[in-house]
Design a binder for this molecule. Structure first.
Ligand code: ZN
Length: 154
């Protein structure tokens, strides 16, 4: 399961709606207690794919390294990658699977006519040949924050 804090979720929505009609992407930092992940900080990234970006994205390796550095500074780790599907459903495509990181949760957000409508999370196996849904929670109440979330928000 992956829970995304309300703050992080609003950063994701803003970034992906701004990227529309191109695919937007980014990295989530948080805690991982061995299966249950809490995403607390969203880092919007540029789409580094050199080609039509309506249905492809690629993270910038330098931004990935910067996100890992930021995670260490905050005492967190990279827990998920997110990207959008403009005017398309939130499914995990064969391209997504091929370029996925098996050790992260992968959040796909459907952006229709410029607005975020729904999202799903997926986990890939280590061969990147199969994926299965990961439970995604992003609308839980603000007061259910963990202590880690509270300390990051300060
Ligand atoms: Zn995709």
């Amino acid at each position: 399961m992956i829970r995304v804090s309300p703050d992080a979720w609003s950063v994701i929505e803003r970034h992906l709606e701004r990227a529309y009609p191109k695919e937007g992407c980014g990295i989530l930092l948080g805690t991982d207690d061995g299966g249950n992940r809490d995403a607390l900080v969203a880092i919007p990234c540029r789409n580094a794919y050199e080609g039509e970006q309506q249905d492809r994205f690629q993270l910038d390796p330098e931004e990935q390294l910067a996100a890992e550095r930021r995670a260490r500074e905050l005492g967190l780790s990279v827990v998920a990658i997110f990207h959008s599907h403009p005017d398309c459903d939130a499914y995990f495509s064969s391209t997504d699977l091929k370029y996925s990181c098996p050790w992260y949760s992968n959040i796909v957000v459907s952006v229709q006519a410029g607005c975020v409508v729904h999202a799903k999370a997926f986990l890939a196996n280590f061969d990147q040949t199969e994926s299965h849904p990961d439970d995604l929670v992003h609308n839980y109440a603000q007061d259910s924050y963990s202590d880690a979330a509270a300390s990051v928000r300060r």
